[in-house]
Design a protein around this ligand. Structure first.
Ligand SMILES: Cc1cc2nc3c(=O)[nH]c(=O)nc-3n(C[C@H](O)[C@H](O)[C@H](O)COP(=O)(O)OP(=O)(O)OC[C@H]3O[C@@H](n4cnc5c(N)ncnc54)[C@H](O)[C@@H]3O)c2cc1C
Length: 531
């Protein structure tokens, strides 16, 4: 009977793992199953080009059904890992029905997730770029801001809509900020003549004194070149600054400055999958699974790990960075070691020390180094693209990407906003002291339940604003406007830092049939005006 191998995750590490395991699957030596909630593998290297419509969204997603066969692919959410029983439990998205997959060898290739604890409001208001659906939402959000600004007459609101803040001066943040700047300005030439270029603002917030910390240790001249180039780009770079809070209409910086903006793109900070919590495995200070030099999880002879979720010892010391090239080469090494182990041979040490790094700076410029040779400008940009293209796992996606690159200079970039309506649903929102949550006179589309903090209910009187009530945790506001279709009769503003559950119109109506919810919500607290 073939040895049963299950790989958790179908990303970069898994794709090369499959490539190198598949000959043994053909021979009947092993039976391999890859599990992922998405039936595609995302290539993050071109995310900024997808966000800014240089390439069509699906070009950066390679179909799992072409990547993994003859290995099996299991498209479901991984729910539990049972190392003692050697089983994996998954659930299907349709209704949560569970499936149990037994294994002889397990590979952890779960990647990483966004760290939503960085500052107040990250989870609620930052655009995140880890999953494909987050990236797709962000792409549409950018175009939505332009459409909203185009019809807006209030200069302050136009400024808010046209200010885009990117947090993280690393490779990802720098690429997004520079590409976005170029994209937005190009759109004002033709598609959005109603928006003046001087109304646009792209900000890059860097925690350190320089951008590109990934290059600073060994390639400081490249960092300096990039900073000189960016100084001419128009991107507003803030060094030694952090974001401390985000709200639906403001971004608060560690300098105390409050930036009116409806777009914060988070490129900083990753955390590990909650699936790893509670497992009997060693983790490093960043939560990554500790493995030995052969990529075997410490203390577990039949569990292996690679890619972003693993703390893989770097042959030159320290651990490997969370980059696609490392995930891929680790996938290959795990495959070779697994086959050696199943065949009764000895696994080998992981020896890859990197090829180089490169980062695009917009306007067809990049900086990078390849096998120790430093490159800057246009040459670096061409080399960067050609190198990254090789990492795209399927040929059809590579060809489609090249076609898109040839087409956009002729036809322009895409400006279709495929609306993913998020005005419905229940979501958490964060507000800073003094911010208005609902405004008197507005049509009420949502009701709010206070999760944490306090708000004041304020009505404009001839003598000035009058505070009518103070509400705290567990209390709610905004229900009358939602249930009775009337305009807000007072404003509500945050008295302290406030987190609220914001409940959409349809959901409020649906929940109101539940006695407990409907009764509580429809009973107005004492002295609370109809909002
Ligand atoms: C914005 C951005 C830009 C980047 N740019 C670059 C770049 O230019 N160059 C570079 O080298 N690297 C870049 N990276 C990093 C690179 O993408 C990662 O290092 C690489 O993806 C890691 O590969 P992996 O196989 O470990 O994880 P991933 O490729 O992330 O794959 C993990 C898979 O596990 C699946 N998964 C996780 N949990 C579950 C679950 N519970 N149930 C089901 N499935 C699950 C996920 O759906 C995912 O498909 C970038 C990353 C980001 C976020």
């Amino acid at each position: 009977m073939p040895t049963r191998i299950v790989c958790l995750g179908g990303g970069h590490c898994a794709a090369t793992l499959a490539k190198h395991l598949n000959p043994a699957v053909h021979r009947g030596l092993i039976d391999v199953t890859f599990i992922d909630r998405d039936n595609f593998s995302v290539f993050h290297g071109f995310i900024h080009e997808m966000l800014c419509a240089k390439v069509q969204p699906s070009q950066i997603a390679s179909p799992a059904r072409r990547l993994f066969p003859p290995s099996k692919f299991h498209n479901a959410e991984i729910e539990r890992i049972d190392l003692a029983a050697q089983t994996i439990t998954t659930s299907r998205t349709l209704d949560g029905r569970e499936y149990v997959l037994p294994y002889d060898h397990l590979i952890l290739a779960l990647g990483s997730i966004d760290d939503l604890s960085r500052y107040a409001g990250t989870a609620e208001h930052a655009q995140k770029l880890k999953t494909y659906s987050d990236c797709f939402k962000c792409r549409n959000h950018i175009i939505a801001m332009l459409e909203l600004a185009d019809i807006e007459t209030d200069p302050a609101e136009r400024r808010r809509l046209l200010t885009f803040v990117i947090v993280g001066g690393n490779f990802g943040g720098t690429e997004v900020a520079t590409e976005l700047h170029e994209y937005l300005y190009s759109l004002t030439q033709k598609e959005y003549p109603g928006i003046r270029p001087d109304e646009l603002r792209v900000m890059l917030i860097c925690a350190g004194g320089h951008i590109l910390p990934e290059l600073s240790q060994h390639h400081q001249p490249l960092v300096e070149w990039a900073e000189r180039f960016l100084a001419t780009s128009g991107v507003d770079i803030r060094y030694n600054t952090k974001v401390t809070a985000a709200t639906p209409e403001e971004i608060v910086l560690s300098t105390g400055e409050r930036i009116p903006s409806r777009t914060l793109i988070s490129c900083s900070g990753t955390a590990q999958s909650p699936l790893l919590d509670g497992l009997d495995i060693s983790r490093d200070e960043r939560g990554r699974v500790k493995v030995d030099g052969n990529l075997r999880v410490l203390g577990h002879a039949n569990v292996w790990a690679g890619g972003d979720c693993a703390a893989v010892p770097h042959p030159k010391g320290g651990t490997c960075p969370q980059l696609a090239i490392y995930a891929k080469t680790q996938g290959r090494q795990i495959a070779e070691n697994l086959i050696a182990t199943v065949d009764g041979g000895k696994p080998k040490r992981y020896r890859f020390t990197g090829l180089g790094d490169a980062v695009s700076l917009g306007r067809r410029r990049a900086v990078g180094h390849l096998k120790g040779i430093r490159l800057t400008g246009f040459v670096a940009w061409v080399a960067w693209r050609m190198t990254l293209l090789q990492f795209v796992p399927t040929w059809d996606r590579r060809i489609r990407l090249v076609i898109d690159w040839m087409l956009w200079p002729i036809f322009g970039r895409d400006v279709v906003n495929i609306r993913m309506d998020d005005s419905v649903g229940i979501r958490r929102e964060h507000y800073e002291p003094g911010q208005e949550i609902v405004r008197e006179g507005e049509i009420g589309r949502r009701l709010y339940i206070i999760w944490d903090g306090e708000v004041e209910v304020v009505r404009a009187e001839a003598s000035g604003p009058e505070v009518l009530a103070t509400l705290g945790r567990g209390q709610h506001f905004g229900e009358t406007a939602v249930f009775q279709n009337v305009r807000r009769t007072a404003s509500v503003r945050a008295r302290t830092k406030v987190d609220v559950l914001s409940v959409g119109h349809k959901e409020s109506l649906a929940l109101s049939v539940m006695g407990s919810f409907g009764d509580t919500i429809s009973k107005l607290p004492a002295k609370l005006p109809q909002l």
